[in-house]
Ligand binder design. Sequence first.
Ligand code: SF4
Length: 475
Amino acid sequence: MTKRNYATVNPCVMCQPMGSALAFKGIENTMVLYHGSQGCSTYMRLHLAHHFREPVDIASSSLSEKGAVYGGRENLKKGLRNVINRYKPKVIGVATTCLAETIGDDVPAIIREFKEEEGIGDDLEKDIIIIPVSTPSYGESHVSGYIKALDAVVRKFAETPGEENAAKIPNGKLNLIPTESLSPADVRELKEILEVMAGDYIFLPDICETFDAPLRDDLPKIASGGTPLSEIADMPNSRASLGLGIVSKNLALRYLEEAHEVPGFDVPIPIGLSNTDSFFTELVNIIGCPIPEKYQKERGRLLDAMVDVHKYLYGVKAAVYGDPDTVFSLTTFMLELGMNPVLVATGSKSRDFEKRIKQIFKEIRPELEPVVLDGIDFDSLNDAVSECSPEILIGNSNGRYIAKARDIPLVRVGLPIHDRVGAQRILTVGYKGAMELLDRITNTILEATDTFTAPVQIESYADQGEKDDCVEGAQ
Ligand code: SF4
């Protein structure tokens, strides 16, 4: 697509360690430390703070030239000591950045050494749990960083000896594990559904408080909330795991299935009608309870809203971009609404993305032929937009320059959203989320088309008036 593909220009993804921070920040009493240069943590802290409008602390081992030459062992140990003294966390997630990976620091070995020196054991109750994740950004994106961190957390707690693991008693709970970060509003909505339908569940990671905290006088060093550690340790005892996302592989879910025989099921992120239907159907299959009337009514209202707006949305050409599973679910919804997603793109490199997207087109609108791209940067997206001529863009706020330059309206969905407030309150999941998204898309199109068609409408009204006058005159 792009004629300048020898370099990445304005990446359409964020750094891999940032994905790990998104996951770690959804875990109770957890602090994140990046092993690498200081700029990585500054950039990612600001990126998350601008999106969620919350203070986001991320520590750094602050590698300098000396560390780069002689290795970052001492810096990492010093960083861990500082984090323990200042934040008193129960868990420290240590994510590597490009520099630490390039110089080849053996982070798990350094952590083992540190724990021996400090007398830190592996007891969940008494000790500080330190979890390393390898996340060089030149390898993959924030999406894989998120998935890897969740996998590392689940493995660590499942394999760490502690009271919860000693008793292998089935807990009857349902594990819910998304493959991509959802908004705090999305997490709240899903938790409400699970409370009504599943009763007991474990949601990992739970960012609804940590990234959307109420204002209080005493600002805690680590935001309260997050998935309780005892619950993570209890995940191997659950009746089943439900993964949200079918494009990326859900490593934590697969691990629980293979190592602890917890049956794992995957559904798309429940954005739109059929994806939310699949989510509820899978819940019914696993739990065996009927869908509550409240959600049946919400579904009916969504159908009603879809009929109402069909005349505005049918055939509208859209470009959808962002994280692979979010884009998959958004595209499904666009097709259900009768829109024409001419361009479907993700910045992540994904083996299954094109296959999944083409499959959903085949199922819903086989006559359409979209351009499907993975591993793109915004430069290539710009070229693709120029070739596909969409009438609306749907994706994160980093696409605003393309939208502005080409005068195409942009509906902001996903992460990051830096140029508007309220990203933490954007609801897209469930029937309610679909209705909110549908309203946003329709109103954006109405606003744009009003501008373009107003003179024509005025003219046609004027014609109508003249005709009416003639009729009156004839009478
Ligand atoms: S690309 Fe690598 S070095 Fe640069 S900010 Fe991201 S993690 Fe840090």
